[in-house]
Structures are given as C-alpha cells and as structure tokens.
Design a binder for this molecule. Structure first.
Ligand SMILES: NC(=O)c1ccc[n+]([C@@H]2O[C@H](COP(=O)([O-])OP(=O)(O)OC[C@H]3O[C@@H](n4cnc5c(N)ncnc54)[C@H](OP(=O)(O)O)[C@@H]3O)[C@@H](O)[C@H]2O)c1
Length: 240
C-alpha cells in the first residue's frame, strides 16, 4: 500500500459486495434551485442544468432580477426570490459570494430544511499577489453551511468550474470533473449524478465536509493557472 492509499486492516468477516461507485441515481425529475443565481456562476450552472433537461429555478434577493436573468437563460429556467427558490427546489445550490454566505443561509434555514444543499462557495481573498484562500472559522464555507443548516443535507461541489465556459452557449461539453463532498452517500451520489447530467462533466466523490477547505482553497491555485496561461482551467482526476 502506498502512503496515500486508504485502507483498513484485513477483516475475516464476509462483507457485502461494494456498490459500484458509478451506479448513480436518476435525478432527471428533481428541481434544481440556485441561490444567488443572477451571478456568473449561478447563471452558468442554471444554464447547463436546464440545457441538460433539468427543471431549474434561480434565486435572487430580488425576484424581478431573478425573473429577468431566467428569461435571458431560456430553456424553461424560472426566477424567484431566494426563499421561494429554496421552497420550490429539491436540490439547492448556494452560489452567493462568501461575504453574504452566512447571512443568506441563516435567513433561509426554514426554507432549506429537508433540502439537499450544495455549497459551491470559495472563500478567497485577493491582493496584489493574486488570489489566496481565507480560513473560515468553521473550517470551510461548506462546514459553515452545515453548522447553520442543521436540518438540511449539506454537500459541497462545483467549486472548480469556469463561469465563463459554463455560460458560453457555443460550448457543447464542459470538460471537467466535479469533486463532490458530503456526509451521506445517498446525497453525494445525487450530486454526482447531477454533475454528470452535463455533457463532459463527471461527478467524483472526494470525501467528507471536513476536507472541503482544500477543495475550496484550490480555486486560488486555478486562478493563478488561469492568469498565467490565459485559460479557464478545470480538473481531471486520473485513474478513476
Ligand atoms: N465565478 C466563478 O467562476 C465561480 C466558480 C466556482 C465557484 N464560484 C463561487 O460561486 C459564488 C458566486 O460566484 P459569482 O461570481 O457568481 O458571484 P457574484 O456575481 O458576486 O454573486 C452572485 C449573486 O449573489 C448575489 N449577492 C451578491 N452579494 C450578496 C450578498 N451580500 N448576500 C447575498 N447575495 C448576494 C447577487 O444576486 P442578487 O443581487 O440578484 O441577489 C449576485 O448576482 C461565489 O461564492 C464563488 O466563490 C464562482
């Protein structure tokens, strides 16, 4: 075993056969909401999921802004204020800036109860040297979401996507893996399946929320890559 392999001591007790990690649920009937869906990331995700046939509602602090953005996106996307967006959705993606993250989630605790929440927020700072990772008190944006939403099923995903590529209607496939983190296998499977609805995209399980900080922070490195190579870099996980 190499030092980075996971593994436990051999066990003589018979184990049930491991579930195929690519055996993911059908999520095509689920409604996807996007809080902060009027921004580039929210619009881009909404566009990709709606184009793949998913029902999508984008949220905003102002319903009219969401409705206007939804009309621009087409593909049946609807707009509502963030609370209504949360109420109407099965899966709710959090795509607000880190600055407004805690306050937004606190205010929607009731509407988000029982929902599958997907946090894609990257807590970053920017200075003359470029982007750098902030260190949230709770460990990560995703763990802050989990602490603020005890009645929701919180996962983390979609951190490493380029909003520019997502929104570019001429691009058919989004060539990237999506690292998905969470505490419950059924929930991470659902988010992986959602990611995999987008042509070219693949959802990969990447651990529990306590490891979300590295995933969120890696965006600072991708921003450096993008600046140096004038690119919109994504990620691929090899050998899976
Ligand atoms: N841009 C990317 O390429 C990218 C990629 C991966 C992940 N992300 C993450 O996705 C999130 C959104 O990114 P973005 O570039 O789309 O951000 P953004 O444009 O700055 O914000 C998204 C939307 O959030 C709402 N908003 C702004 N300030 C807010 C506040 N204080 N409280 C609540 N809502 C607020 C605004 O919508 P209304 O005014 O309509 O409410 C805005 O359109 C960020 O956390 C970012 O880290 C971004």
């Amino acid at each position: 075993m190499t030092t980075h392999d996971s593994g436990s001591a051999p066990d003589s007790a018979p184990k049930p056969p491991a579930k195929d990690p690519w055996d993911l649920p059908d999520v095509s009937g689920l409604t996807v909401g996007v809080l902060g869906g009027t921004g580039p990331q929210g619009r881009g995700l909404a566009y990709r999921f709606a184009r793949a046939g998913q029902k999508v509602v984008i949220g905003s602090r102002a319903a009219d802004r969401a409705e206007a953005a939804a009309a621009e996106l087409g593909h049946g996307v609807e707009g509502a204020d963030n609370a209504e967006c949360a109420r109407r959705s099965d899966i709710v993606i959090v795509a607000v800036p880190w600055d407004g993250h805690a306050r937004t989630l606190e205010s929607l605790r009731e509407e988000l109860a029982g929902k599958l929440v997907v946090d894609c927020v990257n807590p970053l700072g920017f200075d003359k040297k470029g982007a750098y990772a902030l260190k949230p008190e709770e460990g990560s944006a995703a763990e802050q979401a989990a602490a603020l939403l005890p009645d929701s099923r919180v996962t983390a995903a979609f951190h490493h996507l380029s909003a520019v590529l997502l929104q570019d209607q001429a691009i058919e496939e989004i060539d990237t893996d999506v690292l998905v983190l969470g505490e419950a296998r059924a929930d991470t499977d659902t988010v992986q399946a959602l990611a995999s609805r987008v042509p070219g995209m693949r959802g990969i399980f990447a651990g529990r929320l306590r490891n979300a900080h590295q995933v969120e922070s890696l965006v600072a490195n991708l921003i450096s890559v993008n600046r140096r190579y004038k690119a919109h870099a994504g990620l691929r996980t090899t050998d899976v």
